[in-house]
Design a protein around this ligand. Structure first.
Ligand code: HEM
Length: 408
């Protein structure tokens, strides 16, 4: 089947209405039953679960089209995107595993894959639980769940995972926020400058730490990656960009996942009560939080050759938008899809993607979530929202900017 010529998405992902509740727009996209063209991004949006999954799994759908370009075209493209203005950001952030394909991607992913297994993550668990307990101890009866609690959660786990000393972990959140801001659709020039400057700051910090670890190795990811770098298994740039990717991919997404999770529990008090009475449902509850309101709702791919996705003919070079958040609410894939059901099983959500780029950090993210939600429900018998939260705008991120609550 040819892609339809008469379908143009008219929604406005930068609007406050979309930020407040994007799900009616996603439902409208799904109701067309087709991929829909969105002119401002020059992209074909896939919104149904079956299409998003098939597009993500298709071996011809890639993160970049670099392999189709000559060196000259690539240089021109990068000039057009002003990458020369951002030497550190383009060197370490744009060229990460997340943006690599094929053999390079497989090699980089394989280097760290074992670090992310449930067994490895389990080793961090008790430290994270007692750290989160300490954060709870400092809270009063009314607080902002995002700023006063969640914002401090992922830094410690990511820092310990990498091998950053505990006393430096507090800096990781700001660094990751500054670096990620470059990807906002509505980024300003100041943010771009900030992203570049902070990338350099992190590079300098990591270089000092790496020099130290090379002389005094520890049982941590940084020390193990340095050994692989010295053995020629990865370059210095690949080493730095892998550390930066782990820092960035896991930070804001975890904060947003925690905020979206509590927001869902507050909007479905029957499910909050059910979880309180059945703490053994925590693992399925957390999976449902990811399905119900995905922190990373959208990623793109390119058709590296003419390809077919669920019967749709996608010409080589087409940019494809994978709407994971929309797929997760598709009634064709989930019974009563708009209902938040903490016991839902099976739950084949796509919040962590599918295919070669499936999220490496999913166990770590879930461990952080469990540490927060189990303590939240034990400590407080009543949790009330005291102000309607405002959500981040855009297609790429989903999470409340603040979530004010009163607890008893
Ligand atoms: C908390 C919620 C999280 C969500 C919703 C999430 C979601 C995702 C998604 C959707 C992708 C695939 C992007 C694509 O389709 O191209 C991805 C990739 C990735 N994530 Fe996560 N992530 C989360 C947390 C984390 C954490 C805590 C870490 C590590 C500390 C992490 C590390 C990564 C890495 C390294 C990749 C790249 C994998 C690859 O390219 O092969 N993520 N994540």
């Amino acid at each position: 089947m040819q892609l339809p010529t008469d379908q143009n998405a008219t929604f406005d992902p930068l609007s406050t209405a979309f930020a407040r509740d994007p799900y009616p727009d996603y439902a409208a996209l799904r109701a067309t039953g087709q991929p829909v063209f969105y002119a401002p991004f020059d992209i074909w949006l896939f919104s149904r679960h079956t299409d998003v999954q098939a597009a993500a799994l298709n071996p011809l759908s890639l993160r970049s089209l670099d392999h189709l370009m000559t060196a000259r075209e690539m240089a021109e493209e990068r000039r057009a995107q002003n990458w020369h203005d951002m030497p550190f950001h383009s060197r370490f952030v744009q060229f990460s595993m997340l943006n690599a394909d094929g053999e390079v991607h497989q090699r980089l992913r394989k280097l760290v894959f074992r670090e992310f297994t449930p067994g490895q993550i389990e080793r961090l668990k008790s430290g994270v639980e007692s750290y989160v307990g300490g954060l709870f101890d400092r809270l009063g009866k009314r607080f902002d769940f995002i700023e006063d609690l969640c914002a401090h959660v992922p830094g410690l786990a990511i820092g310990r995972f990498l091998g950053v000393p505990d006393e430096d972990c507090h800096a990781l959140r700001q660094w990751s926020e500054d670096i990620v801001q470059y990807f906002d659709i509505d980024r300003t020039d100041e943010r771009k400058v900030l992203a570049e400057r902070t990338t350099k700051t992190f590079y300098d910090y990591l270089s000092d730490l790496s020099n130290h670890r090379r002389k005094h190795p520890k049982d941590d990811l940084i020390s193990r990656l340095i050994t692989r770098w010295d053995a020629g298994d990865l370059t210095e740039d690949e080493y730095v960009s892998t550390c930066m990717l782990i820092l960035m991919a896991g930070h804001g997404s975890t904060i947003d996942a925690l905020g979206n999770g509590l927001n869902a529990l507050l909007r479905f008090p029957d499910q909050m009560a059910r979880l309180r009475n059945n703490p053994q449902l925590m693992p399925t509850a957390i999976q449902e939080m990811f399905r119900y309101d995905a922190p990373l709702p959208f990623f793109h791919r390119y058709a590296s050759d003419d390809m077919t996705v669920n019967g749709w003919d996608i010409p080589k070079g087409t940019k494809i938008g994978l709407l994971y958040a929309s797929a997760n609410r598709d009634p064709e894939a989930f019974l009563d899809a708009d209902r938040f059901d903490i016991g839902r099983a099976p739950n084949r959500h796509l919040a962590f993607a599918a295919g070669p780029h499936f999220c490496l950090g999913n166990h770590l993210a879930r461990m952080n979530m469990e540490a927060v939600f189990s303590q939240l429900l034990i400590r407080f018998g009543h949790i009330d929202m005291t102000a309607e939260p405002e959500f981040k705008s855009g297609l790429s991120l989903r999470g409340p900017k603040s979530l004010h609550i009163a607890v008893r």
